[in-house]
Design a protein around this ligand. Structure first.
Ligand SMILES: [Cu+2]
Length: 68
């Protein structure tokens, strides 16, 4: 499993974390999604067929673009 950590500035409350968990969790290959509204940091564990490009594209699509 690969893990990737993102800072997502648009996270403002626990509901944002919940939305991200639900949406990202639906991608095939996602193993775990953990995050904190205090730090705005989300850590995602994934395996094939998920890719980080796909995860980043989905986050942008749901209005939680990652900080580059
Ligand atoms: Cu929120």
């Amino acid at each position: 499993m690969s893990t990737i950590t993102y800072t997502i500035p648009n996270i403002s409350c626990a509901h944002c974390i919940h939305t991200i968990k639900m949406e990202v969790g639906e991608l095939p290959g996602i193993k775990s999604v953990e995050g904190s509204e205090q730090t705005k940091v989300v850590t995602i564990g994934y395996d094939d067929p998920a890719t980080k490009e796909q995860i980043e594209a989905l986050l942008a699509e749901i209005d939680y673009p990652v900080q580059k």
